[in-house]
Design a protein around this ligand. Sequence first.
Ligand code: EPU
Length: 344
Amino acid sequence: MYVQQQVQLKHLNTLNLNAIASHYVQIHQPHDVIEALVFAEQQGLNVLVLSGGSNLLLPQQLQALVVHLNIQGIDLLAEDENTVTVKVGAGQVWHDFVLYSTQQNWFGLQNLALIPGLVGASPVQNIGAYGVEVGEFIESVQVYDRELKQFDSILAEDCHFAYRHSIFKDQPSRYIIVSVTFKLLKHADLKLNYGDLKQAVGDELTAENLQNQVIHIRQSKLPDPKAFPNVGSFFKNPILTQNEFDKIAQQFPNIPHYPQANSNVKVAAGWLIDQSGWKGKQLGSVGMFHKQALVLVNYAEATLADVKNTYNAVQSDVKQKFSIQLEPEPVLYSEQGLIQAHSE
Ligand code: EPU
């Protein structure tokens, strides 16, 4: 295990924030996690697990051990008439795995094409897009449990998957995910219910075409992080009670909304931000993307303070207009490498 010091993480986080890590190590095998944790304990450092860097906000200086997970491998564990069970290393690139699954005629993940990040991060916020959430196709998640000091496998039903949520969000520093085991279908069951996906797919009802259409829609709306550094949707879509929603809908009848199972209503954060005048608007070097107001972009050499200024201003304008508090989606870290609450 080789621990580097004073490592620049700018190109390891998709918002391209300048962040120097006091200590940094790459992990290639699950058991290396233990050695890294022992090192951190000896040095009195907190551990920040870095995956694809596409959902986090880093301070300029990090006094912590950054553990960069680079565990590879795709192993077919079992197969029956209808399904395949596949174990995938946490360090595999998510989109590459989706493309690979489609090539193998394994079905289910096509709606989740082109989501940035690595496989190991996919269960954490239960990535979802175009009517599918990854939790529906996860059988179990293999972790190192820092509390019990042992490797474990957590069944999907114990992961408590919900919209952009799982137990890995509730107990963020307890588990280090080393691989994810998926159960995928051998017969395509295309999910076309989201927005105009059905229209985009047209008559060519194949998984490959569905995947291509999802890629096309995302590319047309979402900025490429290489050209416009970003972390995808910056805010969660707020979930309101029916009462709260009715009040707002009286005043704003066009508000895009999606009824939820428990009679709550999810509303589109992108629309709220757009209506608050923030689509294509910048404050200093940070702004909301001109084609999709939900995506915050670092247009120059922004620091975390610049990012906070912009998103606090967005939150405050949305709150003033709609009385809704937007909650940021990416994880915010302190200089000690601990997860912090976002405050306005
Ligand atoms: N809208 C606007 N103006 C905007 C952006 C959106 O009026 O600038 C309106 C749209 O017209 C639409 C509604 O808001 O009526 C919703 O927008 P969209 O369909 O683009 O989806 P979203 O709710 O903004 C969510 C996910 C995305 C995911 C898409 C497709 C969240 C926070 N975001 O976006 O996830 O790709 O649905 O399923 O749930 C991500 O998490 O990084 C991400 C990109």
